[in-house]
Ligand binder design. Sequence first.
Ligand code: FA5
Length: 339
Amino acid sequence: IKTDALTQIAAAADLNALNDIRVQVLGKKGSLTGVLRGMKDLTPEERPKVGSFANTVRDALTEAIEKRHAALSAQALQAKLAQETIDVTLPGRPVHRGTMHVLDQVMEDVESLFMGMGYQVVDGPEVETEHYNFEMLNVPKDHPARDMQDTFYITPDVLLRSQTSPVQARTLEKHDFSQGPLKMISPGRVYRRDTDDATHSHQFHQIEGLVIDKHITMGDLKGTLEVLARHVFGPDRKIRLRPSYFPFTEPSVEVDVSWGSKTGSDDVTSKDNGWVEVLGAGMVHPNVLKSAGVDADVYGGFAFGLGPDRFAMLKYDIEDIRNFYLNDQRFLTQFQQEG
Ligand code: FA5
């Protein structure tokens, strides 16, 4: 039994085969177990001899099985490790990164410019009351200036804001001038019943700006707009200020920027004359200050409302505003940022 078993143990190819041999020899019905069981039939003289011999054989076989078990386990582990080796030099699978929307990029750029000049960033509601969207901005009911912005009404008093200017009125009302001047910008979505075309969308964006202090002049406004335009468009674009009209500013201006790919002719009557209007601005009307409870004899300042959609069009030479709202990946991924 011993020689046989030892040969088999040495030849066992894996842990399962080894276990089978163990069961065959040392198991309940195993051959050696059989010998030990048969001892009861032996004479009292034979019993101790056979017993002690059988025990030596059992110990020897148990030891041989343990050794073989250890060797086979080590072998199995090596095989598993070899199989599971990771090749760290293989190139990784590319991770598809999303792209920040080009409009958000333009708005963040403008925001960081103004924050650097000490402006606070203020948020306002998109569902607004006509009180803040119009009345507080010197546009009483039935004033013809309401027609300048074709508005989505929800009820006679509630609307989708047609401009970010109501945030001016809300902030003015709350500001405590004993704590210092007011310098704010307010970016966000606005809505108008405009017919969509290359430069108009029924939903677009504005960034409002407002500075109120003592002794603010039109020169401050012009300087600020110059800094803004140069920051966004670089030194090579042409910029022009045109006199304009807004009920909440007096005097008022509009700013045009020349297309990079076009000339920017001075023919304002031509529709495609190479200029795009990007913002409206002016010196805040005393009525707006008074409505908000600010002493218009002491305080004054300027306000502007710019269109980030138009900024982005001019900056990247995008000829149709509708591209921003189609969610076409081929368009959007062109504006992937570095890093
Ligand atoms: C206003 O909305 C004024 N609230 C701006 C203002 C603020 C003037 C503070 C004075 C003081 P206007 O309607 O011109 O003005 O719009 C301002 C800018 O929004 C435009 O110059 C343009 O860049 C953008 N804009 C207007 N309508 C659209 C539209 N339908 N689609 C895309 N951009 C538009």
